[in-house]
Ligand binder design. Structure first.
Ligand SMILES: *[C@@H]1O[C@H](CO)[C@@H](O)[C@H](O)[C@H]1NC(C)=O
Ligand SMILES: *[C@@H]1O[C@H](CO)[C@@H](O)[C@H](O)[C@H]1NC(C)=O
Ligand SMILES: *[C@@H]1O[C@H](CO)[C@@H](O)[C@H](O)[C@H]1NC(C)=O
Ligand SMILES: CC(=O)N[C@H]1CO[C@H](CO)[C@@H](O)[C@@H]1O
Ligand SMILES: [Cu+2]
Length: 411
């Protein structure tokens, strides 16, 4: 075999055995930290502009008392640091709430997560949407792995682990996909409880050439990039429930953890950990390109229909104004807001909307708004009056299938 052939054979073997990573290596230093979180820092229902004293629904979630925790809870979250000393925290936008920092990478890149656990229980970091081997999965389950392949499954208090995730072509956004796909990461020792405790954050994987060279990198294809988690955060499942009862209830001994009303008061109908319009600073410019990365998590209750009042969204090539979000569903929606103003985002599920799953977003006219599309059609007028009527749901008076009367009691 000639030297040239040998080299080719070696190169071929190399490319078969390893995922080609022609892109950047993106290092993230994440610390797992305990913190106190307030679901309603403005202390009122911002949607109705009512104080808690005037709002019995909001106060049932937000007011602490004898056997009520109120709006603040101890949580455990991911925080980002500038390097492996974990001393200098990197700031993130206020609207991210308690979510972990945004992780982003392009096709061909490697993400190295230097995770250190500063909290009091074992946790991990487990991603969706990227390639990893068994030493970087971050999920505890009986997969037959052992030794160093197990170290990622549970990082003890004080411990650390480096997770290696990559974005090969097999995981790339397709031609038809938007430039960046929406994903998440979360702790996965006991996933439902770890996530309810606060360990979740956003991740995007982008087509080549989407991110610029800044630190943190900015997207070149859109002007604004937002991430919203729609979830009824069940604080009953948090590892800190007992702590929260002891800290925030004025008579902890009177708490019955099995009481339905107590449990309901701990189910926070939140967007990024904010309820009743407390989500701050979601502002953007009219006529600019906005990417909304929407995701759900949680339980059967977590069926959300996120309605963006006043603007049109594009999802998978279709126009809509409502995004459907289920647990572990990741939606990428694009918007070019047309009209400035303060607009509502609300989950259209009745009980969720009433329980506070609403926020405002603000569209500013940063430059001269060009006129909205030139209209060339007709003016169609409708004259509509609101009426009170008597409505009969069963006008024929009997069950059309069985023939039995609907009017006789007991039939
Ligand atoms: C909310 O109510 C307060 C006091 O009741 C009032 O001063 C404030 O202007 C109101 N804010 C809005 C946006 O209506
Ligand atoms: C709250 O309720 C009190 C008493 O019912 C009333 O005087 C006050 O105007 C209300 N405040 C708001 C902001 O509606
Ligand atoms: C990360 O994993 C990829 C393959 O999955 C490998 O090619 C690369 O060398 C690894 N990088 C580091 C720094 O461990
Ligand atoms: C720690 C604890 O008691 N958690 C309870 C919270 O409420 C749920 C029901 O929604 C129970 O299953 C948990 O055991
Ligand atoms: Cu909802």
């Amino acid at each position: 075999m000639k030297a040239g052939h040998l080299l080719w054979a070696l190169l071929l073997m190399h490319s078969l055995w390893s995922i080609p990573t022609d892109g950047a290596i993106r290092n993230y230093y994440l610390g797992i930290q305990d913190m106190q979180w307030n679901y309603a820092p403005k202390g009122r229902n911002v949607i109705t502009n009512q104080t808690l004293n005037n709002d019995t629904v909001a106060s049932s979630f937000l007011k602490s008392g004898k056997n009520r925790i109120g709006s603040s809870y101890k949580k455990t979250v991911y925080k980002e640091y500038s390097d492996g000393t974990y001393t200098e925290e990197i700031a993130k936008p206020a609207w991210l709430g308690f979510l972990g920092p945004l992780l982003q990478a392009e096709v061909g890149d490697v993400i190295l997560i230097h995770l250190k656990n500063f909290a009091s229980r074992p946790y991990t970091i487990h991603p969706h949407g990227v390639f990893y081997e068994k030493d970087s999965e971050g999920s505890l389950y009986p997969d037959g792995s052992s030794g160093y392949l197990k170290a990622d499954d549970s990082v003890p208090p004080g411990g650390s682990h480096v997770y290696n995730w990559s974005i090969p072509e097999s995981h790339a956004p397709t031609e038809a996909d938007p430039a960046c796909l929406t994903w998440i990461y979360h702790s996965h020792v006991d996933a439902p409880r770890d996530i309810a405790t606060g360990l979740i954050g956003p991740l995007i994987t982008c087509k080549r050439g989407t991110l610029d060279g800044n630190s943190p990198p900015q997207r070149k294809d859109v002007d604004h990039n937002f991430f919203l988690l729609f979830s009824v955060i069940d604080e009953n499942l948090s590892w800190h429930l007992d702590d929260n009862i002891a800290t925030y209830c004025s008579d902890p001994a009177s708490v019955d953890k099995e009481d339905g009303a107590f449990q309901d008061s701990n189910r926070m109908h939140a967007i990024n950990g904010f309820v009743f319009g407390n989500l701050p600073e979601l502002s953007m410019c009219a006529q600019k390109h906005v990417a909304w990365h929407l995701f759900g998590m949680g339980n059967e209750i977590d069926v959300h229909t996120a309605f963006f009042h006043g603007q049109m969204l594009s999802i998978r090539g279709h126009h809509t104004d409502v995004a459907n979000i289920f647990p572990a569903t990741f939606v990428t929606a694009e918007m070019v807001p047309q009209k400035s103003g303060t607009w509502l985002i609300s989950c259209e599920v009745n009980s969720h909307l009433r329980s506070g799953m609403q926020a405002f977003y603000k569209v500013d006219s940063c430059s001269m708004d060009p006129p909205v599309d030139q209209l060339t059609g007709k003016v169609r007028q409708y004259f509509i009056q609101a009426h009170e009527i008597q409505w009969d749901y069963g006008p024929i008076g009997y069950d059309g299938r069985t023939g039995k009367s609907l009017r006789e009691p007991g039939r």
